[in-house]
Ligand binder design. Structure first.
Ligand code: GTP
Ligand code: MG
Length: 195
């Protein structure tokens, strides 16, 4: 269980990344899959991270300091069709540069909407993350929208597409609405931050 969570800042350009060496847990994935909602739900906070039913809500790299111990880093979602090409390129570049530059990432959480098969960009992201050697976890979101057999198929699909995923080790099912999967997520996060 985490106690204290504070929004620290939104970063739009690399120069503004925090200069401290606090460990970072990053949240990445397509737009609208529930990254910001996850932050609120796991921390029991209603509106700490801004969420929206309109894709493309998070457009900067947002830092939340948890228990003075680690950051949740909420990244802008990719694959947001309505953004202009220029805007998409800018975010893409910001995220890419950040991933290359940051030395403090201890865990990468890749969020995928459980109702959909992983997109091409998801597969690219997973390949990229697996190559970096940073601990990598896939979270299938919005499980409240799925019945048991659909959850089963979603798990099977993702295991078929991304190598090395094992349920409850580096693959988790979550719902920010019902809080399904919260206990398991808290456990794995605590393990990574050494709590
Ligand atoms: P970007 O900031 O655009 O990258 O999106 P995001 O991944 O941060 O998604 P966000 O948390 O803003 O959620 C997008 C929409 O999905 C919102 O309308 C949320 O209420 C909804 N949502 C998020 N998580 C869940 C969930 O577990 N279940 C359901 N049913 N809806 C969810
Ligand atoms: Mg967001």
């Amino acid at each position: 269980m985490f106690n204290e969570a504070r929004f620290i800042k939104s970063v739009f350009k690399l120069d503004d990344l925090p200069k401290d060496n606090i460990p970072e847990i990053i949240l990445c994935g397509r737009s609208n899959v529930g990254k910001s909602s996850f932050i609120n739900s796991i921390l029991n906070r209603k509106n700490l991270a801004k969420t929206s039913s309109t894709p493309g809500k998070t457009r900067s790299i947002n830092y939340y300091l948890i228990d003075n111990k680690f950051y949740f880093v909420d990244l802008p979602g990719f694959g947001y069709a309505k953004a202009s090409k220029k805007e998409r390129e800018l975010w893409g570049k910001l995220i890419e540069d950040y991933l290359q530059k940051s030395k403090n990432i201890i865990l990468s959480l890749h969020f995928i909407d459980g109702r959909h098969k992983p997109a091409e960009l998801d597969l690219m992201l997973s390949k990229f993350m697996l190559r970096t050697g940073i601990s990598y976890i896939v979270v299938l979101t919005k499980s409240d929208k799925l019945n048991q057999s659909e959850i089963h198929s979603a798990k099977k699909n993702i295991i078929d597409e991304i190598p090395g995923l094992i349920h409850k080790e580096n693959l988790f099912i979550y719902s920010a609405v019902t809080q399904f999967g919260k206990k398991d997520m808290l456990k794995i996060l605590s393990k990574h931050v050494g709590k």
